[in-house]
Design a protein around this ligand. Sequence first.
Ligand code: NAP
Length: 258
Amino acid sequence: MVSLKNKIVFITGATSGIGKNCAIEFAREGANLILCSRRVELLNAFSEELIKEFGIKVYSFQLDVRDEEAVNSAVKAFPEEWKSIDILINNAGLARGFAKLYEDDTQNWNEMIDTNVKGLLYVTRAVVPAMAKRNNGHIINIGSIAGHEAYPNGGAYCATKHAVDAITKSLRMDLADKNIRVSTIDPGLVETNFSVIRFHGDEDRAKNVYKGITPLSGKDIAETIVFIATRPAHVNLAQIVIFPTHQASSTIVHREDL
Ligand SMILES: NC(=O)c1ccc[n+]([C@@H]2O[C@H](COP(=O)([O-])OP(=O)(O)OC[C@H]3O[C@@H](n4cnc5c(N)ncnc54)[C@H](OP(=O)(O)O)[C@@H]3O)[C@@H](O)[C@H]2O)c1
């Protein structure tokens, strides 16, 4: 296991779910963290907790990854000691709505495409040149099983995660001549705030997604990402699909009768 102590890890979307758990698990390993998300007060309070509990350094700032200019100026403004990013975790993302494609609200599509695809591209474009120059780094994208299989009522979300899959593969090819790894972790059902956001705040409906099954947790995903990041430099876990035990595909989930 390669040590993460004093490595610089940049995690997008660190106020909740997978991103928040990544921050905790990388902090536990002694990494210093660059964290961003839109809800900056929550983010700053969380950063203080991490500093206190793990004795690491944290640089946190408000960012909406959909804003290309804001992404570029934030990355340019990183203080000197934070400029050599070792690991980028492209996590910020969301699903919005669950409806037949021909009846869906196009605003949902715009939000998902702007965040999951364009936001991920902007952050990658801003961060990776310095990695390429230093010939060192690791990019870990959070894809989804929705990037492997489509499912009904999720057309636009599945499209964004298929795009993440293509971007990951293409970027790996672009960086094949460098000491830079490009990985993706593609989860099935993870209980986070994801479904609450998908259903526009309807918590009861969100709970039903995980009814009768023990879903993955944000911590399960974060621990796996730490595993990806701590393999020896010549080992790239290119793609990991991770399911709860009773999930077999996007649509096949065995639920206990309640
Ligand atoms: N949960 C699942 O079942 C599941 C399965 C497969 C893949 N995923 C993927 O995992 C990733 C994380 O989702 P999650 O399940 O952890 O959901 P979550 O609990 O809702 O967390 C999403 C995080 O992304 C941030 N975020 C959203 N839009 C943003 C934007 N425009 N700019 C910056 N930050 C933004 C949110 O922070 P703010 O609101 O403060 O900005 C939040 O911290 C997503 O890419 C999702 O597609 C989730």
